[in-house]
Design a protein around this ligand. Structure first.
Ligand code: ARG
Length: 266
């Protein structure tokens, strides 16, 4: 069965505030280029990789709504809706919840006082939910998810402010491979990753690659879609049996995002 992904057209996308170190209101996104880059990603997924791409209607008061990875974390037909850290993104919660409600999903809200940013901060590796915390998600969200879904949740502290969502530095792939940037985690986090992921399954990006958001990848079967990155990384992927597709995400980097942030597997 085809993978299903939720995306949101960038009609109102822009750098309208600064809530992460990548955002600078003096460095605006070029709207035309942003639309083109989004459409390229959309067509790679839809045409080339045969993904069933669903679209949520963009809303004019939330320029970051394009980043659907932050809508919710999915568990089968359950969507556990984000509680955004910053008020600028909080109106998205209702828009995404409405979409899930209208499309046959069970909508679950986090308790009010817990910050949680959906699949931006929670990624399945095997059946374990690896979850980031501090910048955007509170560690209490991890306990809540683990009790709610009765699954194992592993907490990884994000220690580098440039990698403020776990999906900016950690990307599980098919066949239990993992792309990650070790320096985004503390020594405890690194030990945990090394314990769960065998050495031959780890695809480690270097500092330069991390800065292109290479870990922010969309994995469909044996295909991996990333922002433009190094030859070294492409070769690493190839050695592990993956096909690498690169597509320019420069306009989304200005908001602190790339390929994976613009998608949510549903
Ligand atoms: N400007 C957005 C924010 O700071 C970018 C979100 C990127 N999303 C992600 N899943 N990493 O919230």
């Amino acid at each position: 069965m085809a993978e299903k992904i939720l995306m949101c057209r960038p009609d109102y996308y822009g750098i309208k505030y600064e809530i992460n170190p990548w955002m600078n209101m003096n460095i605006q996104a070029d709207n035309k280029k942003a639309l083109l880059q989004w459409e390229n990603l959309y067509s790679i997924l839809k045409e080339r990789l045969q993904v069933d791409v669903k679209l949520v209607e963009p809303e004019d008061d939330v320029p970051d709504m394009v980043f659907t990875a932050n809508a919710a974390v999915m568990y089968g037909k359950k969507a556990i809706i984000s509680r955004f850290r910053y008020k600028e993104r909080q109106p998205e919660e209702k828009y995404f919840a409405d979409w899930f409600n209208n499309n046959g999903y069970e909508v679950i809200f986090m308790p009010d006082n817990i910050a949680f940013e959906g699949a931006g901060d929670a990624l399945y590796y095997k059946n374990i939910l690896f979850s980031g915390y501090v910048p955007r998600t509170d560690i209490t969200a991890h306990t809540y998810l683990s009790q709610l879904l009765k699954i194992e949740v592993i907490s990884l502290e994000l220690v580098n402010k440039n990698f403020y969502h776990v999906d900016t530095c950690f990307c599980p792939l098919s066949d239990d491979f993992l792309i990650y940037y070790p320096k985004a985690f503390d020594s405890y986090g690194n030990k945990v990753i090394e314990r769960y992921v065998p050495a031959e399954k780890r695809i480690i990006v270097n500092e330069e690659e991390a800065s292109y958001f290479t870990c922010n990848a969309v994995n469909i079967g044996k295909n991996v879609v990333t922002n433009l990155t190094t030859k070294r990384f492409s070769n690493l992927l190839k050695e592990k049996g993956f096909n690498h597709i690169q597509t320019d995400m420069s306009e989304y980097m200005k908001a602190g995002g790339a390929c994976k942030c613009l998608t949510l597997k549903i």
